[in-house]
Design a protein around this ligand. Structure first.
Ligand SMILES: CC(=O)[C@@H](O)[C@H](O)COP(=O)(O)O
Length: 259
């Protein structure tokens, strides 16, 4: 059976979601998107030029028909702002999927939990497929699932920091909490392919990243590395790692020697 990622009524082969911002130029962006083999592209609606389709925008080199678009509400600091931005995206015919971002603090860019919960509930009620960006709080994840979120997107560390998985223990609680209900997509703060593999080995269903690829010395090569890290981490998780031991355990024990 195919190992697909299901988000609401959507189904994907790739488990890598890619942000489209911060690339040094649009050719590199296009090549990196191709190399990643992602099927889901995210972008800030506020950065998009919706009013005048004749003006250039930062998605213009991408063949958008090939991708599912995941607009996000970046820039919103209240639930009301996030809901307004999401409605604008839907009215523009972009997609009915929305990544809810309600930022509570402009220095850390950490999400505001109460605003995130309120916006998620409202947008679910309006028929959106809602993917809230959240902190690594397992109780908030539980409430988000209860109000109908279609995926939970906990940050690994602050957006753009590249610090990797700061609290794998709590992320694993969220993965447990959501198991059999909705997918968990680790979002933000990933710095390297090793971080991506670690997230997938924890049991995450997917990873969303932007800066680690866009800011790499070679973004196209890094996009390919991220694609492979997703596959390696997913297979490693499915294969079941050995338990960690405090002391050595010889690889060629004497009792198993063939005479
Ligand atoms: C929540 C958010 O905005 C992130 O999805 C961001 O777009 C990606 O974070 P990184 O740039 O740290 O990968």
């Amino acid at each position: 059976m195919a190992d697909t990622l299901k988000i609401g009524s959507y189904e994907f082969s790739s488990r890598l979601l890619l942000g489209t911002g911060k690339f040094s130029d649009l050719d590199i962006q296009q090549q990196a998107v191709d190399a990643s083999e992602t099927e889901i592209l995210t972008f800030a609606i506020r950065r998009l030029n919706i009013d005048n389709p004749n003006n250039p925008n930062f998605l213009e080199r991408l063949d958008l028909k090939k991708y599912t678009l995941l607009p996000n509400t970046a820039g919103a600091q209240t639930a009301e702002e996030a809901v307004r931005i999401a409605r604008l995206a839907k009215a523009s015919g972009l997609c009915d999927m929305i990544k809810v971002e309600v930022i509570g603090d402009m220095r850390t860019l950490l999400p505001d939990p109460i605003g995130t919960l309120k916006a998620t509930e409202q947008l679910v009620n309006e028929g959106f497929t809602v993917l809230p960006y959240t902190s690594d709080d397992p109780m908030l994840a539980r409430h988000l699932v209860e109000v109908g979120a279609h995926a939970i997107m906990p940050g690994a560390s602050p957006i753009g920091s590249g610090l990797g998985l700061l609290n794998p223990h709590y992320l694993s609680f969220i993965i447990e909490e959501c198991a059999g209900k909705v997918p968990v997509i680790i979002d933000a703060g990933v710095g390297s392919a090793a971080d991506v593999a670690a997230a997938m080995e924890l049991g995450a269903d997917a990873v969303l990243l932007n800066t680690a690829v866009a800011g790499a010395k070679d973004p196209v090569l890094m996009a390919e590395a991220m694609k492979l890290a997703i596959l390696a981490g997913r297979k490693g998780y499915a294969a079941g790692r050995i338990p960690k031991k405090r002391y050595a355990n010889a690889s060629s024990p004497m009792e198993m020697m063939i005479e």
